[in-house]
Design a protein around this ligand. Structure first.
Ligand code: TRP
Length: 364
C-alpha cells in the first residue's frame, strides 16, 4: 500500500461532522511492512448495484489490500437494508449481485471472506452487550443516521435506524478488525465502533488486564466524494449513480442526463460549480489524472464535450471489470457457494469472539 492510494483518516475532512475527530488516529506504520499483522473488515448493504462512487471510494482499495496480503472480511449487511425501508426487496438477488460486483472488481473468495451478517448468529448476539455501552443521546446525535432519516422512505423512524451503527460495530468487532476502509459518510459509525470497543475493554478486561477488542481505524481513500449526475452525493437510493455493471450505452445515457450549467468554459471548481466539477472528477479518476488537467483539455468546448469525455473515460476504465462480470454472472450457483463458504469462516470467528465476550462478562 502506498500513501497516495490509502490513508488513515488523519485529519477531519471538511465534509465530516466534528464528532468524528477521535476516529482520526494515524494508521500504524506497520501496515506497509507487515500486511499480515492486520485484519480488515468492510462491507455494503445489498440494496442494488454498486456504482462508481463505491469503486473509487472503497472497492478498489479493498482489492489492493487483499493483494498486499492483508486478511480481508467483507460483510454483506443484509439486516441494514431494513433500516430505512419496510421490506428488503429482492434481497437474495441483490446479495448475489453484490458478490458479483466484488468478484468482478477483483476480490478473490479464496483470500477474502465474503459473507452476509444474517448468516452469522454470534455476530448478531454481540449487539446486545454492545447496546448497553452507548447512550440513547449518543445514538440520536449520529450525523449519518440523521442524514439517512432525512432521506428515508418510511413515515416513522424505526428503532433499528438508531441502533444499526452499533450493529455495524458488531460487524467490525466480531472479527477484531483493526482497519476499516470506508467512505467519509461512514466515519461517525467507525467512531461508534471505537467507542464500543473502548468501553467494552474498560468494563470487561481479561483477568490479566488484556483487552478483548482492538480500536478499529478508518481507512479513507484519497478519492474525494464522488457526486452523482444531479450534483448531490452519488448514491443508489438517490437515483443519480453510474452502476459498475451498466452497459456502455446505459452509461452514456446516464451521463448525457447529468446536470451541468450554461458556462461553456469547463473548469474544476467543486464549490462554485459542483455539477461540472463532479463530472470532471469522474473523468479524472478514470484517467488517473488531475481534474484540473482534464478541465483544461476540454477548455471552452462546453458541457457536451465534457460528457463525451466522461462517458469514454468511464467505459474504458470499466471495460475489463464488466467483461469479468459477464463471465461470472453466468454461474449463480458459484456466487451462492462463495457466500456459504464465507459464512462458514465468519461463523467460526464469531463463535470464538462471543465465547470470549461471555467469559469476560461472567458467562452472561
Ligand atoms: N453501513 C455501511 C453502508 O451503508 C455498510 C456496512 C455495514 C459496513 N457494516 C459495515 C461498512 C462494517 C464498513 C464496516 O455503506
Amino acid at each position: 500500500m502506498t500513501a497516495e492510494t490509502i490513508t488513515a483518516a488523519t485529519s477531519t475532512p471538511a465534509t465530516t461532522p466534528p464528532t468524528t475527530t477521535a476516529a482520526t488516529a494515524a494508521v500504524s506504520p506497520g501496515l506497509i511492512d507487515d500486511p499480515a499483522a492486520h485484519r480488515v473488515l468492510t462491507g455494503d448493504r445489498p440494496t442494488g448495484p454498486l456504482h462508481l462512487g463505491h469503486y473509487f471510494g472503497t472497492l478498489r482499495n479493498r482489492v489492493r489490500l487483499q493483494d498486499q496480503g492483508v486478511e480481508l472480511f467483507v460483510v454483506v449487511a443484509d439486516y441494514q437494508v431494513i433500516t430505512d425501508r419496510d421490506l428488503a426487496d429482492r434481497l437474495a438477488e441483490h446479495t448475489e449481485n453484490l458478490v458479483l460486483d466484488y468478484l468482478a472488481a477483483g476480490l478473490d473468495p479464496e483470500r477474502a471472506t465474503i459473507f452476509a451478517h444474517s448468516a452469522v448468529p454470534a455476530l448478531n448476539q454481540l449487539l446486545l452487550p454492545f447496546l448497553s455501552l452507548v447512550s440513547v443521546a449518543e445514538l440520536s446525535r449520529n450525523p449519518t443516521v440523521k442524514d439517512e432519516i432525512a432521506h428515508s422512505r418510511q413515515s416513522a423512524v424505526s428503532g433499528l435506524m438508531f441502533t444499526y451503527p452499533v450493529h455495524q460495530a458488531a460487524d467490525i468487532l466480531f472479527c477484531k478488525a483493526d482497519l476499516v476502509p470506508v467512505g467519509q459518510d461512514q466515519l461517525p459509525h467507525l467512531e461508534v465502533a471505537r467507542t464500543v470497543a473502548r468501553r467494552f475493554n474498560e468494563r470487561y478486561p481479561h483477568a490479566d488486564g488484556g483487552a478483548v477488542f482492538p480500536h478499529p481505524q478508518a481507512l479513507l481513500s484519497d478519492a474525494p466524494m464522488l457526486l452523482g449526475t444531479d450534483g448531490g452525493k452519488m448514491s443508489k437510493s438517490r437515483g443519480n449513480a453510474i452502476p459498475l455493471g451498466a452497459t456502455e450505452d446505459e452509461t452514456a445515457r446516464i451521463i448525457r442526463g447529468a446536470r451541468t450549467d450554461a458556462d461553456r468554459r469547463i473548469g474544476y471548481d467543486p464549490v462554485g460549480r459542483p455539477e461540472v466539477a463532479g463530472l470532471v472528477l469522474l473523468a479524472a479518476l478514470c484517467q488517473d489524472r488531475a481534474p484540473e488537467a482534464v478541465a483544461e483539455e476540454i477548455g471552452d468546448r462546453g458541457a457536451a464535450a465534457l460528457k463525451r469525455t466522461v462517458t469514454e473515460s468511464v467505459n474504458e476504465h470499466l471495460r475489463p471489470m464488466r467483461a469479468r462480470r459477464a463471465d461470472l454472472a453466468a454461474d449463480r450457483g458459484h456466487l451462492r457457494q462463495v457466500l456459504r463458504d464465507g459464512a462458514e469462516r465468519a461463523n467460526a470467528v464469531a463463535d470464538a469472539t462471543l465465547t470470549e465476550v461471555r467469559e469476560v462478562m461472567g458467562a452472561i
